[in-house]
Write a protein that binds this ligand. Structure first.
Ligand code: E4P
Length: 222
């Protein structure tokens, strides 16, 4: 299972990576714009925080197939473990097909339905990113789309891995994981909710209070 942060905020990434087993970071142009840094500054800073093994999913901003292919090669040539995110529309699917032959690691992004995911998988995308909450917002069932796409991948034993994106709550994440999804990316606020454990905090506070009442500052082995 790969867990990513969907963020380009260095403070959030540093903070959350201390407790979370992160495989790396995913970004999109909106997230990068919010972070305010280009890749030349962002990627070395992220590698410092997350280590040399971290994987970065970086989205192209080109629109035509030829431009997407050229941009993807430039991203692939950077000295980091980069998966190039390419939109699952016609121009992007065509780019995925070409780039697969060149051995560029690829993620098909902005997947809103099963058929887009199917085509991206068959064209050779390594990762498929359905946008769960955005699908719900269109009036469809995001979890069902994820479930059907995962079943398609399983049924035909395709090597593509779903990396589900666009979450708005913890329940959505747990739902897709229960359907066998092997990668998710969390926005920082959802990641913080994963780490929030008020019942544990309160239980530990009571334990420590009881301990201190008898043993003051002594440690348990003293
Ligand atoms: C993945 O990287 C997607 O771009 C992202 O998860 C979309 O999330 P949003 O719907 O919260 O913008």
């Amino acid at each position: 299972l790969e867990l990513y942060l969907d963020s380009a905020n260095l403070a959030d990434i540093k903070n959350l990576s201390a407790a979370l087993p992160l495989a790396g970071v995913t970004t999109n142009p909106t997230i990068m714009a919010a972070g305010g840094m280009g890749l030349n500054r962002l990627l070395p800073a992220l590698a410092d925080i997350l280590g040399a093994d971290a994987r970065f999913h970086v989205q192209v901003v080109s629109n035509t197939t030829n431009d997407i292919v050229a941009e993807a090669h430039k991203l692939h040539d950077l000295p980091f473990d980069i998966v190039v995110k390419i939109p699952a529309h016609a121009a992007g699917l065509s780019a995925i097909k070409q780039l697969k032959k060149d051995g560029v690691p690829l993620l098909a992004t902005a997947i809103y339905n099963v058929q887009q995911g199917m085509l991206a998988a068959l064209n050779g995308a390594d990762y498929l990113a359905p946008y769960l909450n955005r699908i719900d917002n269109l009036g469809f069932d995001g979890v069902q789309v994820v479930r059907d796409l995962q079943m398609f991948v399983n049924h035909y034993q395709l090597p593509s891995k779903l990396l589900v994106a666009s979450f708005k709550n913890v329940h959505q994440v747990l739902q897709v994981l229960s359907h066998g999804v092997r990668a998710v990316t969390l926005p920082a606020d959802i990641a913080r909710q994963f780490l929030s454990a008020p019942a544990t905090d309160s239980a530990i506070e009571q334990f420590n209070q009881d301990w201190r009442a008898v043993f003051a500052d002594r440690l348990s082995y003293e």
